[in-house]
Design a binder for this molecule. Structure first.
Ligand SMILES: [Zn+2]
Length: 182
């Protein structure tokens, strides 16, 4: 299986070759920091709602669902009310995606009842499908309680929970971490 990894310089090169107008790569996926702001899910079932998302947002969602289902989580579009997914032009922010627990009343016993996932079309403009998939893996990882990884904890550079590179998948550490907490 080919792991998708793109150093920043290559990302910039691809964008230039495509003739897109994006000049600056997103510097990070999210401003939310660790998992403490998104929380653990309140149970293993993720009934996921797509709120008028684009084809790219849909691809990211489908990829995230597939990845979550490599764990004890049960992620599905058949049902409603655990994860609300949006993609919109949120402006020239420093994030490509963001996940949080939508508001205070959604917290149940320290866990999150309803997550909000947002994909930012502004910063993702011109990025190909595998970037969206990586983003979906990453943000849905947050909905299962995962925080960020870095090279110091992901030396083989294969976790989509990195915010500096774009792997497509959870690694074994990510999967075990989800399974230990849900
Ligand atoms: Zn993140």
């Amino acid at each position: 299986m080919i792991r998708f990894r793109a150093p920043r310089w290559r990302l910039g090169l691809v964008v230039i070759l495509l003739g897109a107008s994006v000049a600056v790569a997103p510097t990070s996926y999210a401003g939310h920091g660790s998992d403490s702001s998104a929380g653990d899910p309140d149970n293993r079932d993720h009934y996921i709602d797509r709120n008028s998302v684009t084809a790219n947002g849909d691809a990211a969602t489908q990829w995230g669902i597939w990845e979550l289902n490599q764990t004890y989580m049960n992620a599905t579009l058949d049902g409603s009310g655990d994860v609300e997914v949006y993609d919109d032009y949120y402006g020239e922010t420093d994030w490509a995606g963001m996940t949080n627990c939508a508001s205070g009343y959604n917290w149940l016993n320290g866990n999150c009842d309803v997550f909000r996932v947002r994909f930012n079309q502004t910063t993702m403009f011109g990025y190909g499908i595998n970037y969206w998939r990586s983003l979906g893996c990453h943000e849905f990882g947050h909905t299962a309680g995962l925080g960020h990884r870095s090279h110091s904890t992901d030396a083989d550079d294969n976790s989509c929970m990195r915010s500096d590179i774009w792997p497509l998948l959870f690694d074994v550490h990510d999967i075990n971490s989800i399974n230990d907490h849900v």
